[in-house]
Design a protein around this ligand. Sequence first.
Ligand code: 4NP
Length: 159
Amino acid sequence: MAVRVLFVCLGNICRSPAAEGVFRHLVEQEGLAGEIEIDSAGTASYHVGESPDQRSQASALRRGIDMSHQRARQTKPSDFETFDYVLAMDEDNLRNLQAICPDPKTHNPGLFLSFAPQAGRMDVPDPYYGGPNGFEIVLDLIEDASKGLLKDIKEHHPL
Ligand code: 4NP
């Protein structure tokens, strides 16, 4: 059975769609596209149905990742049953996820950057109101954590 991964931020237009795109790219490079299913969502509904933010798309495209087909959706309680990994970009997102988690004993959302201990931080900073450099920082952090996440999946799941 496939391992399912959900990336979560606030709007699902900047950070979590980039995480989805970067992680999918890595998984495809490793020939594991059939074994790992990947999605992203936002805790808020402001941008549901929208394409990723143009700045996020541009930063990802410079690294060979096309996010143009992705559309924003909101998180829902059933996501905890569907996905093996529910990974928040920051502590606020994590608190919002915990608030809708139907059974915290069985389902345990976490922070994406826990898979990049070398980054020395736990939050992927919200780039929405900042300049273009914020998106480069976001992509760098996401690339690091994606490698750590794939390593963790390989260690814990027979692929
Ligand atoms: P994201 O960024 O959570 O990384 O998608 C944001 C997108 C939209 C807003 C805030 C953050 N907003 O306030 O609309």
